[in-house]
Design a protein. Structure first.
Length: 224
């Protein structure tokens, strides 16, 4: 029998908002300013879900001091917010899904590698902060995705067993992290195709948060 889901964790970028194109543009600009040329595929394959402290030394191929990482990362994230600001909107179906989860007594949280200023920026713009019992970020864990640290911390903050958590993720590294945490994952195909997310371990995929597969919804509808 399938498990009953008592909590849902969302990876913020690409799952509650369709913002990855703006992150990609900001990363490409940042890399170019550092003398590196990267593609959108590179960002999704190697960056999504990881901490900036992990991304930047790998991008430049050398050790970096914390202050150097912080300076470059802050500039990149500010550029992302500048690009995305005029376009902030919830992913289709997000608000209705949060309503349904609340009606069934399912706890909701966010476990995102996005820096705190980015999380605050999106949640305040959407007016959804109060809908989440816990919001955890990269600065609170030692390892970014695909390590399970973020999702395990989110489950701990919600007070639930990881085996009773469903994760919504748009990146294969995030799906791998959810699976490593012992959680089920639904892949949201805003950034990567269904076959990539399924290969990473997603139980199912969806283009957005509207009209989700019944096999998925049944996991939390048992709670009420």
């Amino acid at each position: 029998m399938s498990p009953t889901i008592r909590a849902v964790l969302f990876d913020l970028d690409g799952t509650l908002v369709d913002n990855m194109p703006f992150h990609i543009d900001a990363w490409i600009e940042t890399a170019r300013s550092l003398g590196r040329e990267i593609t959108a595929a590179t960002v999704m394959r190697d960056f999504a879900g990881r901490r900036n402290e992990e991304i930047l030394p790998a991008l430049l191929g050398r050790p970096m001091s914390p202050s150097e990482v912080a300076s470059i990362a802050d500039a990149k994230e500010a550029r992302y917010r500048e690009l995305f600001g005029p376009h902030v909107a919830p992913l289709r179906g997000a608000v209705a899904l949060l309503d349904e989860l609340s009606a069934h007594g399912v706890l909701c949280g966010i476990a995102s590698a996005a820096p705190k200023p980015n999380r605050d920026f999106v949640l305040e713009a959407l007016g959804l902060r109060s809908r989440f019992r816990a919001v955890v970020g990269a600065e609170e864990v030692a390892r970014g995705k695909p390590a399970p640290d973020l999702f395990l911390l989110g489950a701990s903050r919600l007070g639930v067993d990881p085996r009773e958590v469903l994760v919504f993720e748009d990146a294969h590294l995030g799906v791998q992290a959810a699976v490593a945490a012992g959680m089920l994952a639904c892949g949201v195909t805003t950034g990567e195709p269904p076959e990539v997310l399924t290969a990473a371990g997603a139980m199912t995929t969806a283009p957005d948060l509207e009209a989700l597969p019944e096999v998925l919804c049944a996991l939390w509808r048992r709670v009420a």
